[in-house]
Design a protein around this ligand. Sequence first.
Ligand code: V47
Length: 386
Amino acid sequence: MIQASAIPAEGTLTPSAFADERLLGTASAAGLGEIAERVIARERLSLDDGRRLYKSDAIHAVGALANHVRERMNGDLAYFNVNQHINYTNYCNKFCKFCSFDKLPGQEGAYLMTPEDAAAKITAHLDEPVTEVHMVAGTWPQLGLDYYLDLLRQVKRARPSIHIKAFTMVELDQIRRVAKLPLDETIELLKQAGLNSCPGGGAEVFSERVRAEGYPNKMSGAAWLETTRAVHRAGLRSNCTMLHGHIETVDERLEHLDALRLLQDETGGFQAYIPLSFHPANNEWSHLKGPSALDELREIAVGRLMLDNIQHIKAYWILMDVPIAQLCLSYGADDVDGTVVEEKIYHDAGATTPQAVQREELIDWIRDAGRVPVERDTLYGVLWTD
Ligand code: V47
């Protein structure tokens, strides 16, 4: 192991060798020297390494390691897109304890959009350069396959160029159960109706212990992974997430990250990983505190370091304060999501960020954070950069 005192003077090494030595020094001083050596050598980190990163007091050294990988994989770039969210219903039969969004029909605030309502939300923003619609919602067994096919077709008709990123694995599983069709066939029908990719939600934490305690009606982790496998097999890309900062342990988080990493080795279909910070307002887990800003930074950093085979790490600005999302861009993240427009899930759960932001503001936030803004499409094609 190289000690900090052994770092050669600036000018005696190439810039990249000097940066490696400096990183080794910082990490060694924090007791993370061996992990730094593996990071620099591009070796996969073990779950034990992950445990040390989670338990280390030296959050900035953990961040420096993650930033090293971030810059190796994505340079100075920070991606965003111009997107629109449609949470088409809050009816839900899963009753997850962390959720503040779900309602039963007839309850105050309950709503179900018709496909025409959803299409009208798209039409209302036709004068803006929106490239993606992100559609996720509750699951309600009276919504048959036809509702979802119609929803996709009408949204596509309203704006033919739009990329539809829709339905978490939980929604897909519900749709195929109600339709009584095999999963592959269900995905094919949705694809033909306009589905272009899938968002990463619904994964929560795969641990059976946490699931039994917090969301016993939701599909198992194994089923979430199996459904994702089918989505990737159908040629659709997707994202992945982990809901953190509630009752899960460090080991349960690591097992979750490892399961994502193994699936990615197999399919290569994940585009981005998004740690979702638990928001405790207005739900059955309101007595829990939720993650601190430092927890959020650490989650981004550990995600970057463990998920060596997922290209992008997203700091979803909606669920963090914007300054924390900016900091995340130096702790492993290279994406801040998009302009969003009308987010409901996190605002019901107490998020105090705005419900939308202008493209120019997002660009300013990224520049302020010292990164180069890149407007992307959903599949990370570059649309604009500085
Ligand atoms: O699955 C619900 C989470 C997810 C709370 O793929 C909560 O680009 C925290 O899928 N506190 C849905 N989290 C959101 C989602 C998503 C979001 C951003 C980007 C992408 C993407 C996908 O929201 C749910 C659940 O894990 N969630 N309630 C809460 N109180």
